[in-house]
Ligand binder design. Structure first.
Ligand SMILES: [Zn+2]
Length: 166
């Protein structure tokens, strides 16, 4: 379950409508403590001063109200970003697959991790015949360090140009 789904579920169970806070709506036994109340001026919560200053209590009440009242917009924005992030991860995985030059990858390959986590370059152990490709007539193994492969390719190309045995 995504964070936006968790927040939406929690919000659906909470008292609906806009909330507010002020010091004039309080329990009678502690009228000095701020309360959060719903749109019918029914008390939802009272803030307590256990180790908190009066200013902190007021700020905490204001924060609860602000978070509750902006929750629908924040959840919608979060849902949008979660969806966009999944799409971008899928696009990134497609790019890594294209860069690898092969279409078949193990299920635990870094290219297969989207959209759950950010994908990475191919790190799976597929058959050598699949991992290799031909460049300028030479077979290059893909999981070799590219710098080493380039040197080997240059050496083989030079030998071929000079007519030396491969
Ligand atoms: Zn792979």
């Amino acid at each position: 379950m995504t964070l936006s789904q968790q927040l939406r579920e929690a919000g659906e169970k909470a008292t609906p409508g806009a909330w507010a806070s002020d010091g004039t709506v309080s329990f009678s036994d502690r009228p000095d403590l701020p309360c959060v109340f719903d749109e019918h001026r029914m008390i939802v919560a009272q803030l307590w001063d256990d180790g908190h200053t009066d200013d902190e209590c007021e700020a905490n009440a204001a924060l609860i109200v602000a978070l509750h009242n902006s929750a629908p917009a924040m959840i919608a924005r979060l849902r949008y970003l979660e969806t966009e992030n999944s799409r971008l991860r899928e696009d990134l995985a497609d790019s890594y697959v294209k860069l690898s030059g092969v279409s078949d990858h193990a299920s635990d390959c870094a290219t297969s991790s989207a959209p759950a986590i950010t994908p990475g370059p191919c790190d799976c152990a597929v058959a050598d015949s699949v991992r290799s490709r031909r460049i300028n007539g030479l077979e290059v193994i893909r999981d070799v360090n590219p710098a080493i492969a380039s040197v080997a390719l240059l050496q083989e190309t030079a030998r071929a140009a000079l007519g030396e045995p491969q």
